[in-house]
Design a protein around this ligand. Sequence first.
Ligand code: F6P
Length: 337
Amino acid sequence: MEEQLTGNVLVAQSGGPTAVINSSLAGIITEALNHDCIEEIYGALNGVEGILNEEFVDLAEESQQTVRGLRYTPAAALGTCRYKLKSEEDYARVIEVFKAHNIRFFFYIGGNDSQDTANKIADHAAAQGYEMRVIGVAKTIDNDLPVTDHCPGYGSVVKYLCTTIRELALDHEAMGNHDLVSIVEVMGRNAGHIALNTGVACGATAILVPEIEFNIEDVIKKIKTARENGKEQFIVIVAEGVGHTEEIAKKIYEETGIESRATILGHVQRGGSPTVRDRVVASEMGYYAVELLEKGIGNRVVGMKDGKIYDVDIQEALSMKKPFDKRLYDIANEISF
Ligand code: F6P
């Protein structure tokens, strides 16, 4: 445990927004107001870009009603960015701005890239002898952060997809005898967690993920066999990391003769209404992140393990690997027919 610091908080959001990223922000603001070591609570607009440009808002000045509202508001209230700090000048500027505003506690809510940025900021501050605590708060719909079993935002996307794909299926069913293959591309960047879980939940005939090599002929065979057994509507889920969704649809049509339509779902996936679990976990992570400061703990990432919120050293978190759930993938293959 390190010595307690006194100073100001800066919080920022980074990467793609989610349905619950603001719940973590609300958790941080609410809990930060309770600590004597914290004087001011600032929010940087649009992630690290707001730090470089010194664009801060005073979050302690926001009304209780606004902060309460954040707990239920999707998207990123502070704005977000994809910008990565590139040069030594960038990092020097960040530390200069931190010093100018006496920022001693920095919370970065984001995914893998954001945790990497948080780690580098902590290193640069230490190298300059500037004492501060940096805490990363896990967030991404992709659920590919090794530090956390469940990433807030992810479940909400899968919920949205299940509802949407069910509605798509209803449209198909309404067409009577009209056979159709729906090839649906879902987000997830280079990870197939969203695709796998959505596919299982929707009863997809095939699920294509970047983690597992697939043969399109096997997918076609599955569809043909299911067709012979009387099935008329088919869902094929394609993770965006696999891509080529239009080509896959064309190939399926050519080989099966069944009308095949590609649907590529984009940003609509991220802004929907959240699951209870996502909202609760996101709120708790924000709260927990500030509690660490009370204990004088810094340079950690807050995640979830075995159903409990916990924290890990940022560098250790960055070196972890998240396994793909091969068992669930195998089960999906067994139960889809
Ligand atoms: O990381 C979240 C995510 O939604 C990914 O699933 C997707 O690949 C990416 O962001 C899309 O990013 P952008 O909105 O910047 O195109």
